[in-house]
Design a protein around this ligand. Structure first.
Ligand SMILES: NC(=O)C1=CN([C@@H]2O[C@H](COP(=O)(O)OP(=O)(O)OC[C@H]3O[C@@H](n4cnc5c(N)ncnc54)[C@H](OP(=O)(O)O)[C@@H]3O)[C@@H](O)[C@H]2O)[C@@H](O)CC1
Ligand SMILES: [K+]
Length: 496
């Protein structure tokens, strides 16, 4: 599990360890990573050109101390101070003692930015607020050829939310200290971080408000049939999906559910004839179900289907047309439910559910905030789809998934996901497990189908699910070329 803590929690955990050499530990890890990057890139540290961008806080201090260590190994280090009168005194003295160049001339800094083999972004860390200050902003737009390593987090990214108010420095690699910050897991911030390396410094923060399931946790949560299993023990999922106008959505939801480990799929939409032709194993009769999926392509039947689903005593997943109808009814429509409800909107549907309080663009730019807001308003678990999928509970705790790939953004991909998660709900996983496990598998299936990069269809994603499931169930790590998470890959040859 990757745990991410807020700035407030990090500060409190840091205070408990007062007197311990936290900065030394952080700097040692940071400098060691930078040295490895230089050795991979140039074969040695000696003679490499390193630029340190140092702001006025401890983030700048970390960068200057790391610069001093690299200078002692023979790197040619230049430090650019963004607020010269307030640079970290001890760190600046350590760097000066190596004979390195120190300047506050931003023209020099920008020129070196383009030339350096390695740039340390120590402009601002968890002490940041608002958009980058004017002195720092030009670095966000400056071209470079070297590797940019963000210290703790990329400057310009909000640590707690991943929101980017203006410009931000786009890193090739982030070295973070003590714990992940939510911004390193959630887009758009995560997109600026690159692969993230965590340096342990001894922090003991409390329960994390944001976490990301990793391969082992997903493996442990996957339902496995036992010797005495029958279809009800494995879980029967009911699908209220597919209409005369959109029959395909129903078929894709069926494919997702069948490959999601359902003991059986009870199909209750208008595409029954085609569904049974394609998937002869489905049931068309009314009967017992252990979860319901309502909405994918449900068209003209949506209102009635949603009534039926919400009146049931089983977990309900509401997607697509079901969400549009729910937005019309508002949060009170879920008030009487005793069984769990899971909503799976994309940004546009989320905006609708929020009743016009935010646009789709605003939702996408502040994913964590809006997923939490929706979960709280509707008293339901919410899976907000997109570049990072965020799952939030009404109490604000969240899980994020980053196995996704841009190739997943294809028609019908969400229908497969709805069926897949519906099957996991039917198997007995609570929504806060079923949703991130489903998103994790769905993302990997997309990656597997897309291979080294090729257009895929939603049917390809469904077809790839068994292979992904098999790997996960056997505890196999995703193989090379099939990274576990976007940021776990060996991007630009920099990951460990
Ligand atoms: N916690 C831990 O356990 C450990 C923490 N460690 C390290 O300490 C870092 C936190 O240091 P920190 O508290 O000194 O804050 P930091 O991030 O340097 O920023 C403050 C400065 O930035 C400025 N500034 C603000 N907003 C800005 C903006 N938008 N754009 C530009 N500038 C902006 C602000 O200016 P001011 O508002 O004062 O004018 C202030 O001077 C942390 O990220 C990690 O690297 C490790 O060494 C060891 C263990
Ligand atoms: K930084």
């Amino acid at each position: 599990m990757r745990h991410a803590h807020t700035v407030e929690q990090v500060r409190a955990a840091e205070a408990e360890l007062a007197g311990q050499p936290l900065m030394d530990r952080a700097v040692a890890g940071l400098a060691a990573t930078c040295a490895r990057v230089l050795i991979r890139r140039r074969g040695r540290v000696y003679g490499s050109r390193v630029l340190v961008l140092a702001g006025s806080g401890d983030n700048g201090g970390d960068a200057l101390f790391a610069g001093a260590r690299l200078a002692r190994r023979g790197a040619a280090v230049t430090a650019v101070l963004l607020t010269p009168e307030r640079a970290h005194p001890a760190a600046l003295a350590a760097l000066r003692a190596t004979g390195s160049q120190v300047t506050s001339d931003q023209e020099v800094g920008l020129a070196d930015f383009s030339r350096a083999d390695l740039i340390l972004d120590g402009i601002v860390g968890i002490g940041g607020s608002g958009p980058l200050r004017p002195a720092a902003e030009p670095y966000a737009h400056q071209p470079r050829r070297g590797v940019l390593v963000a210290v703790d987090l990329p400057s310009g990214v909000d640590a707690d939310t991943g929101e980017v108010a203006g410009a931000a420095l786009r890193a090739d690699l982030t070295v973070t200290f003590g714990t992940h910050k939510p911004s390193l897991l959630i887009d758009p911030g995560a997109g600026y971080a690159g692969p993230v390396q965590l340096v342990e410094i001894g922090l003991r923060p409390p329960t994390a408000p944001v976490e990301a399931l990793q391969h082992d946790e997903v493996a442990a949560l996957l339902p496995r049939p036992a010797a005495e299993s029958d279809k009800y023990k494995r879980g029967v999922v009911g699908l209220l999906a597919g209409s005369e106008r959109y029959p395909g959505a129903g078929l894709l939801a069926v494919a997702g559910a069948l490959h999601g480990g359902a003991g059986a799929v009870r199909y209750q939409g208008r595409a029954a004839e085609e569904a049974v032709r394609r998937h002869p194993e489905i049931l068309l009769t009314a009967g017992r179900v252990q979860s319901l999926v309502v909405g994918p392509g449900s068209g003209e039947d949506t209102a009635e289907s949603l009534d039926d689903a919400l009146a049931s005593q089983v977990p309900v997943l509401v997607d697509a047309d079901g969400l549009t109808e729910l937005a019309r009814r508002g949060p009170r429509a879920l008030a009487g439910r005793s069984a769990p409800t899971l909503l799976t909107p994309h940004a546009g549907e989320a905006a609708r559910l929020l009743g016009g309080d935010a646009s789709a663009e605003q939702v996408a730019a502040a994913r964590l905030r809006h997923a939490r807001e929706l979960a709280a308003r509707y008293g339901a678990t919410v899976l907000l789809k997109g570049s990072t999928t965020v799952v939030a509970r009404p109490d604000g705790t969240a899980r994020v998934n980053s196995t996704g790939t841009a190739w997943l953004a294809t028609a019908g991909s969400g229908d497969v996901l709805a069926g897949l998660i519906g099957a996991l709900l039917a198997a007995g996983l609570p929504p806060f497990d079923a949703a991130p496990v489903g998103a994790y598998l769905h993302g990997l299936a997309g990656r597997l189908a897309a291979g080294s990069g090729a257009p895929i269809t939603a049917s390809d994603i469904a077809a790839a699910l068994p292979a992904v499931w098999r790997d996960a169930a056997q505890g196999d790590r995703p193989q090379e070329g099939r990274p576990q998470g976007r940021r776990a890959g060996n991007v630009a040859g920099l990951g460990d």
